[in-house]
Design a protein around this ligand. Structure first.
Ligand SMILES: *[C@@H]1O[C@H](CO)[C@@H](O)[C@H](O)[C@H]1NC(C)=O
Ligand SMILES: *[C@@H]1O[C@H](CO)[C@@H](O)[C@H](O)[C@H]1NC(C)=O
Ligand SMILES: *[C@@H]1O[C@H](CO)[C@@H](O)[C@H](O)[C@H]1NC(C)=O
Ligand SMILES: *[C@@H]1O[C@H](CO)[C@@H](O)[C@H](O)[C@H]1NC(C)=O
Ligand SMILES: *[C@@H]1O[C@H](CO)[C@@H](O)[C@H](O)[C@H]1NC(C)=O
Ligand SMILES: *[C@@H]1O[C@H](CO)[C@@H](O)[C@H](O)[C@H]1NC(C)=O
Ligand SMILES: *[C@@H]1O[C@H](CO)[C@@H](O)[C@H](O)[C@H]1NC(C)=O
Ligand SMILES: *[C@@H]1O[C@H](CO)[C@@H](O)[C@H](O)[C@H]1NC(C)=O
Ligand SMILES: *[C@@H]1O[C@H](CO)[C@@H](O)[C@H](O)[C@H]1NC(C)=O
Length: 410
């Protein structure tokens, strides 16, 4: 048993010397006679309980040793301690002046790792009663990351101070300073999580007292600004309605501006309702959140709204396009063939212009695009000379494509 504890203690001291405070807070704890102290470790309860937890005082006198099946307490501590085995934390009550000194904890975890912690406790004696504990903040209206705040605690007597943030004790750190003998708490660069409520607790040997709680109001944001289109779809029909909403994490609530393709819209508020939408309202919509306290703003990712006009289709199906192409080609071909005969007639029967004019008139009676093609055919006519085979080939080709198109459509 003793060998086991020594085995635990010796490496423990070595580790604690090299590791500083280890699992216990570095700063000394101050208490008055008759008070209570809680030595909190920074460990969270592990899935498998610790194999052992041992607390010692000074040069190694036992306070408590806890093994899975056995707890032993030093005679000095019987009835005065409470061991929280899940975290290794220790409460010590009815403090005496002789409790001033160094405290060490050695914890052996389930996987045989050793965790140690080391801290100091100072015990003072005072006979002044506690009264009139008051807490004064330098400001309660703060901006996240931009503001620092000091909280001053005053009380009659010369008490020891303990700072509470909601229900947990405030510990000094990078952003948190406790100065002026513990009576001033300074928070540098406040965050939204620092709202409190804060309380200053004072302790003397003859009692304790606590201030009224103080809340800090920390403005933040906007962040995570998001545009949400209700019933989002790829295309919206002209004349339909679209609702959009904008959200942001912000304190106080953000104000919103809306943009279409970067241009400011007259609408404000978190909702944008587009009623009877027109083609001109297509584009990239975005919203901007603004916080009047932090003076910060943030713009959402754009949402694309594409509007289509169902009465005047802008895009045609592949079959329809093919059909139109075929129709044009047939007209060209017909014109070419017609032109070929005209050409032949011209050559053969130069003396009789009549039939030619008839054909010419027939062709001219057909609508506009065809006449254009017909003109093309005439322009190309010399090139066609001697290539009658080509024209016939092309007509056959067109016939084949036509069948192909019908297949496609069916
Ligand atoms: C506590 O404050 C009250 C008024 O706020 C004052 O009358 C009283 O003297 C103070 N008590 C002490 C012990 O300072
Ligand atoms: C106060 O408590 C909150 C929540 O536990 C924590 O996030 C915050 O850092 C604390 N602030 C200070 C100054 O202790
Ligand atoms: C501590 O408490 C005991 C009884 O609870 C009391 O007799 C004693 O005076 C107190 N000590 C001080 C310093 O107040
Ligand atoms: C403060 O004193 C009251 C009795 O007046 C006691 O019940 C309470 O536990 C004390 N609080 C602390 C943190 O010592
Ligand atoms: C402080 O904040 C808490 C919630 O965090 C609230 O319950 C309480 O009423 C507030 N106190 C004051 C004085 O505003
Ligand atoms: C977007 O809005 C719809 C309907 O109002 C809602 O169900 C959905 O949760 C919203 N999404 C986001 C990311 O806010
Ligand atoms: C848009 O919101 C209004 C209420 O603000 C509602 O009456 C309407 O039905 C919504 N329209 C669509 C398309 O969601
Ligand atoms: C909308 O944004 C996309 C990229 O996100 C861009 O390609 C497109 O040109 C924008 N449209 C308009 C109308 O600005
Ligand atoms: C916050 O601080 C930044 C610089 O750190 C400054 O530019 C900004 O104006 C400050 N905001 C407010 C609201 O004071």
């Amino acid at each position: 048993m003793i060998a086991y504890i020594l085995y635990l203690i010796i490496p423990g001291f070595i580790t604690s010397l090299s590791d500083g405070a280890g699992v216990l807070p570095e700063d000394p704890l101050n208490r008055y006679v008759n008070g209570t102290v809680m030595f909190w470790t920074n460990l969270s309860p592990p899935p498998t309980p610790f194999l052992s937890v041992a607390w010692t005082f000074g040069t190694g006198s036992q306070i408590v040793t806890s093994l899975p099946s056995l707890n032993t307490e030093g005679p000095e501590y019987e009835g005065r301690i409470n061991l929280f085995r899940s975290t290794g934390s220790l409460e010590l009550r009815d403090l005496k002046l002789s409790d001033s000194g160094d405290y060490t904890v050695i914890i052996e975890t389930a996987d045989n790792a050793i965790q140690t912690g080391h801290t100091r406790l100072n015990i003072y004696e005072s006979t002044e009663p506690v009264s009139n504990v008051s807490l004064t903040p330098s400001s309660t209206d703060l901006v996240e990351f931009n503001s620092s705040v000091s909280l001053s605690c005053s009380s009659s007597g010369s008490p020891l101070f303990l700072w509470m943030n909601s229900s947990s004790e405030v510990t000094a750190g990078d952003r948190v300073q406790i100065t002026d003998g513990g009576s001033t708490l300074t928070i540098i660069s406040v965050t939204r999580y620092d709202q409190g409520p804060y309380r200053c607790c004072v302790f003397t040997s003859v009692g304790n007292g606590s201030s009224d709680p103080v809340n800090l109001s920390v403005s933040y944001g906007p962040e995570n600004t998001q545009l949400n289109v209700s019933s989002s779809q790829d295309y919206y029909d002209k004349g339909s309605n679209i609702n959009m909403s904008c959200s942001a994490e912000s304190k106080p609530f953000a104000e919103f501006l809306w943009f279409l393709n970067g241009d400011l819209l007259p609408d404000t508020g978190s909702e944008l309702s587009l009623v009877d939408i027109q083609m001109s309202q297509s584009g990239n919509y975005s919203c901007q959140a603004f916080n009047s306290k932090t003076l910060r703003y943030q713009t959402s990712q754009p949402s694309v709204i594409s509007i289509q006009d169902n009465n005047k289709p802008e895009s045609l199906s592949g079959g329809a396009i093919a059909g139109i192409v075929i129709a044009c080609l047939l007209v060209i071909a017909a014109g070419a063939v017609g032109g070929y005969f005209i050409y032949k007639n011209r050559i053969n029967v130069k003396a009789t212009p009549h039939p030619i004019r008839t054909e010419q008139e027939n062709v001219k009676a057909t609508p506009h695009p065809i006449r254009t093609e017909q003109e093309n055919v005439y322009v190309n006519m010399p090139a066609m000379k001697g290539r009658e085979d080509l024209i016939y080939e092309n007509v056959a080709e067109i016939q084949r494509s036509k069948e192909h198109v019908y297949e496609d459509i069916s």
